[in-house]
Design a protein around this ligand. Sequence first.
Ligand SMILES: Cc1cc2nc3c(=O)[nH]c(=O)nc-3n(C[C@H](O)[C@H](O)[C@H](O)COP(=O)(O)OP(=O)(O)OC[C@H]3O[C@@H](n4cnc5c(N)ncnc54)[C@H](O)[C@@H]3O)c2cc1C
Length: 308
Amino acid sequence: MVESEFDVVILGSGPAGLQAAVHAARARAKTAVLGKARSSALYRAHVENYCCLNDTVSGESILNEGRRQAEKFGALLIDEDVVHIEQLEDGRFRVELESEDTLLVRSAILAMGISRNRLNVPGEKELLGRGVSYCVDCDANFFRNRVVTVVGNGSAAAAGALRMLVVATETHLVCDSLDVAEKLRYQLESSRTRLHLGRKVSGIEGDSEVRAVLLDNGEKIETSGVFVELGAKGAIELVTGLGVALDSESMRFVAVGKKQETNVPGLYAAGDICGPPWQIAKAVGEGCVAGLEAAAYARKASGKPAQG
Ligand SMILES: Cc1cc2nc3c(=O)[nH]c(=O)nc-3n(C[C@H](O)[C@H](O)[C@H](O)COP(=O)(O)OP(=O)(O)OC[C@H]3O[C@@H](n4cnc5c(N)ncnc54)[C@H](O)[C@@H]3O)c2cc1C
């Protein structure tokens, strides 16, 4: 077991964590970034709406570039998950990794994204990024003039189905019990959305891309896209022991102020873990602020002079 000391540690190596690393390392903080690129929401995405990218770019290549950039500025990338984090009496954080190695740090940034609720049906995992998506806002345009199926009972699914009507030729909504406000229900029922109420998805069929959704009554919907909109759960279990405050509205995301600071001194958060919209632009904006602030905090806590 090895114990190492850092000024700033970043939990998560998606766009929020990598951008935080670039800024913290450039501010001369000794910085470590934890987590696996392939677990980032971005890894399987194809991106066309991020600033200054004119062509569609794979999420994997954006992450690879981001990793190289963070390393170029001196951040250490550790391809491991955190299993435990605690705050010591002197204010530092002790971070335990999968390998049982530990890091002692002055400041930490939570950038672990969110765990997306899944259908857990055959074909879902295999066809992710090939017709299966968890984000209408992100991927709607890839299904222009095609047939799509949205799955879910709540407002995210209902509103997603209505948004899809604008771009898709045909939109299906599968839900076993529609749980939305009256107005949204009325909008949905009076729209062209083809509702499959009281139904569950039992499987997704396809080879190189999605071809059909199978329902529990044996019905088959020929479709090119499946949007799983079951809501999103904040990946916050790891940090509840630190007494981190959550947003008062949903209680699912880490609450932060304008400097991306949490209620715990020295602890910052950025990206999806802080709540929607689920977009790279928001993640990197917050990552930038968190990286700079965490580096400044660590510098002050160590008694070093401020950066000129
Ligand atoms: C299919 C799909 C398509 C998308 N398309 C677009 C798009 O076109 N445009 C757009 O702007 N956005 C898109 N998004 C959303 C975008 O990917 C996210 O908003 C963005 O990745 C959030 O960045 P993040 O750094 O907060 O979290 P993530 O990118 O999810 O990264 C989280 C990181 O935390 C790490 N982690 C988790 N738990 C631990 C732990 N215990 N210890 C250490 N590390 C941990 C993971 O390994 C991962 O590295 C899409 C998302 C999906 C799923």
